[in-house]
Write a protein that binds this ligand. Structure first.
Ligand code: GDP
Length: 307
């Protein structure tokens, strides 16, 4: 399955962001620490490098990610030119303030009333951008919610006389080249529910967790602790069996069990997990890109809506 997601308002936002880039000093790119590369919008890279803007990569939701994996991602991003990376949790008091300190280091010449530090905050939907911005504003000026893409227009906030922040809409890109990225985004609730088939995403998630965290699955669903002798479908069937999810005819209610697995991952019930590491990413088979040959499309998403 490939997941395509590019509602019309996002194309408009790209144009606005392109213009806004000229008046900003640092791009703050919010990523999901559980899948930092899958949640890195290639448009952010191309827009910011076109204007040679430095980037602070913020691996948010670090509280939900594997604490052994996040440092690997920080090292990976910190090795990139003009890039700094930090990991934090928008929900942890005081964490958001780390953004201002780190962004200031990327643009040391922007540090007074005449030359305030102007940060442009970007990220895919549902990555925690509003939560972070609210924490920075210390008041709920931006709307938060568990639905992707609630913020629709570019909004500028003055945090202090020397620091401003511009919020941008949660932005996807026209075509996700690697199916694995689309599946990680769907599992992590970054693309809306209309863009994917839950059972397919849950099967992928089960396979990823079997390979990386078999003990976490075993603890919750009594699957084999070593992850052997079972596949993704088997995990979902095991959930259905354990919870007594049955269809009228007596077969397993696969869809209900699939939803349970997705919810357990998203709520952190399975523990702190990361769906990818720099190594798993480097080792995965390449997919031939056909982006250039195709016009932006919305796939089975609903254009113009956030879900
Ligand atoms: P936005 O669409 O990027 O603005 O995302 P929101 O700020 O609305 O957050 C989306 C969801 O992620 C909400 O349910 C938040 O409570 C949750 N969230 C945000 N930051 C964190 C975090 O650091 N850790 C965890 N576990 N959840 C977070």
């Amino acid at each position: 399955m490939s997941i395509n997601w590019f509602p019309g308002h996002m194309a408009v936002a790209v144009e606005k962001i392109k213009k806004a880039m000229a008046d900003h000093d640092v791009v703050i790119e919010i990523l999901d620490a559980r899948c930092p590369m899958a949640s890195a919008n290639p448009l952010v890279e191309s827009l910011r490098t076109h204007r040679q803007r430095p980037c602070l990569k913020v691996l948010n939701k670090a509280d939900a990610a594997d604490p052994g994996v996040t440092p690997q991602w920080l090292a990976y991003f910190n090795a990139q030119k003009n890039v700094q990376a930090i990991a934090l949790s928008a929900k942890k008091p005081g964490d958001a303030a780390k953004i201002i300190t780190a962004a200031g280091k990327l643009a040391p010449h922007r540090n007074d009333n005449f030359k305030p530090l102007r940060m442009l905050v970007m990220g895919v939907p549902n990555v925690g951008k509003s939560t972070l911005i609210n924490a920075l504003l210390k008041q709920r000026k931006a709307k938060t919610g568990d639905e992707p893409a609630v913020t629709k227009a570019l909004t500028r906030y003055d945090l202090s006389p020397t620091v401003s922040l511009t919020d941008t809409p949660g932005l996807m890109w026209p075509k996700i080249d690697h199916p694995g990225d689309g599946l990680m985004l769907a599992a992590s609730h970054i693309v809306g529910i209309k863009a994917y088939i839950e059972s397919e995403v849950a099967t992928f998630l089960a396979e990823t967790l079997l390979a990386r965290y078999p003990k976490a699955l075993a603890a919750r669903y009594a699957t084999p602790a070593d992850g052997e002798g079972i596949d993704g479908t088997g995990v979902i069937e095991a959930i259905a069996a354990r919870r007594g999810f049955r269809l009228k005819g007596g077969g397993f209610d696969f869809d209900k069990a699939a939803t349970t697995l997705l919810n357990d991952y998203r709520s952190g019930t399975l523990g702190r997990v990361s769906l990818e590491t720099p190594d798993t990413r480097a080792r995965r088979p390449a997919v031939v890109s056909n982006t250039d040959a195709e016009a932006p499309e919305s796939g089975n998403a609903t254009p113009g809506t956030s879900r």
